[in-house]
Every structure is written in C-alpha cells, then in structure tokens.
Design a protein around this ligand. Structure first.
Ligand SMILES: [Zn+2]
Length: 292
C-alpha cells in the first residue's frame, strides 16, 4: 500500500509539475485565435475612437452620424490586464468535430504566481461583457458552479461580423449517438436574433448573481475555483453565438443523477451546434485591435 501511495504521489507531482510549467511559462505563441480577427484590410465594422487622421474628410455642417462608441470588453480576472491573458492560458481552445463532445470548448486561464499574486485562490471573476444572467449552475458536472451570461446583438453589433466568421452558421447537427441527449424542452426564444453567450465555470462558490440580473462589464460574478470536473484552480471560459433569449435552468452530464432537462441543456449548449463555439480569446484580440 505504501508503495502504491508513493507512486500515486509521484504521478500527481509529475502532472502538477508539467501543468505548472505550462501555466507559468509565458506563451505568446499559444495565442492563436482560430480565425484571424483582422483581415489585411481593417474591417469597417469595428468602430474606432482614435483621433481623425489626415485622410478623413473634414467635418462639415451635415456631418455623418457620429460613430457608435467602442464596445468595452473587460478582463475576466481581477487585476489581470487583457494584454496579459495570453500568458496565463493553461489550456487553449480546441474545437471538436461537429456533433461531438471532445476537444476543449473554451479557454482555461490559470497561474500559480502572477506579479504579487501567489495563488488564484479567492481571485474574483469579472464579467467580460455587459449582459443578462441566463443560467446559474449549482455545482453540477462538468462545469461545477457556473454562470451563463447573454449579451444582446445590439451590444455586440461591432463584433458580430468577426464572431460570425469564427463561428459560421452551419445549421444544427445531431449529437454523436454515443452521447445521451434527450430532446430539449420547448422554450420561447428568438432564433431570428443572435446573441453572444459566455459561460464562466468551476467557480469556488455559488455565483454572486442570479438569473435575470443585468450585468455590467467588469462586474464580479464569483471566485475562481475548481468545482465540477476540474483538478486545479482555473477559470474555464466559453463563448458561443446562439439564438437570443435562451434560458438554461441548469446543465449537467456524465453523472447518473443528471436530469433529462440538464442533459438536454448540456447537449444543446455543447454539441448540437445551436450554440456555435469560438475561441473566447478572439474577443480580447478584437478589443486589442480596436484599442486606440
Ligand atoms: Zn477548460
């Protein structure tokens, strides 16, 4: 038994070590959004608030409507700048084949030490975008304590063309037959409008927000944790485009106690392509590209 325990400890130490290396090394090369946000010619749909340049026509009495204000995007972790996020990617986004539940549907952000911070313990999770809470998950597998926030299409109008390019509408797909996916309950939502949904997972405790709450950019949602199917403190962040107005009462899978509803929601969110995933880092890349 002793030897077995020791072996287990060694294996654990090895993996922790490997993970620590991955987490602590600056990894600028790992920052590769699957779709480049900015084509060679800057997209005209990204509003810019930089000062007018010489090439712009001088304002006239009948000036065109002023450009819409730049959308604010906030870092999901308290005290960590958006520009520093690529350095703390411990597991990048990895899109699975359509209809399957493998790959990595989001990005993991983790560190052992960052500046003055010696741990992620107690670190506050902030809302990346304004929106509305449409799902609070009460420590269910695999997401643990988690929250889903919908951002309306009007709010993200400037980003939508780039996001739609990263997550093209290919229509709904049948989940892989190996996955148990009950039919989702009928819901009233608007398939003609498309919102951005962000899921923040593995929180330490129940989220500090409730379904229906209006959220502002940077609002504290909870604390970094390791609940659900997680082996170390990290924030797992997922981003998807999907029909506006959807509500996720709960979501769970891979547990006998998961209800039909929870599994249906899980499948709808993850494998039917009704909600199309993209690398959340794209949001931050667009924000950086948009910076004056
Ligand atoms: Zn993850």
């Amino acid at each position: 038994m002793r030897n077995r325990d020791r072996a287990k400890k060694l294996i654990k130490a090895f993996f922790l070590g490997a993970w620590a290396l991955a987490a602590c090394q600056p990894a600028p090369l790992s920052f590769t959004p699957t779709v480049q946000p900015a084509p060679a010619t800057p997209s005209p749909v990204i509003p810019t608030i930089s000062a007018p340049t010489a090439t712009l026509p001088a304002p006239t009495a009948t000036a065109a409507p002023s450009p819409e204000p730049s959308l604010e995007i906030c870092s999901p972790l308290d005290g960590i700048e958006i520009s520093d996020l690529p350095q703390i990617i411990s597991n990048p986004f990895d899109a699975p084949p359509l209809g399957q539940d493998d790959g990595h549907h989001g990005v993991d952000l983790a560190f052992y030490r960052f500046g003055d911070r010696v741990s992620m313990e107690g670190l506050q999770i902030h809302a990346v975008l304004p929106g509305k809470v449409v799902g609070v998950i009460a420590n269910r597998p695999p997401y643990g304590y988690a929250v889903v926030i919908e951002t309306a299409p009007e709010t993200i109008a400037s980003l939508l063309p780039n996001l739609a390019q990263a997550a093209p509408a290919l229509g709904a797909v049948q989940p892989h037959p190996a996955l148990n996916c009950p039919e989702p309950q009928q819901q009233t939502y608007d398939p003609a409008r498309e919102s951005l949904y962000l899921l923040y997972a593995h929180m330490a405790q129940p989220p500090l927000v409730a379904p229906g709450d209006e959220i502002v950019c940077g609002q504290t949602l909870g604390e970094v944790g390791t609940t659900g199917m997680s082996v170390n403190l990290h924030l797992h962040l997922e981003a998807r485009l999907g029909p506006s107005g959807y509500r996720f009462a709960s979501m769970a899978h891979y547990e006998n106690a998961a209800s039909q509803d929870e599994m249906a929601n899980y499948c709808l969110w993850r494998v039917t392509n009704t909600f199309r995933m993209f690398d959340p880092m794209l949001l931050f890349a667009l924000q950086t590209a948009d910076a004056p």
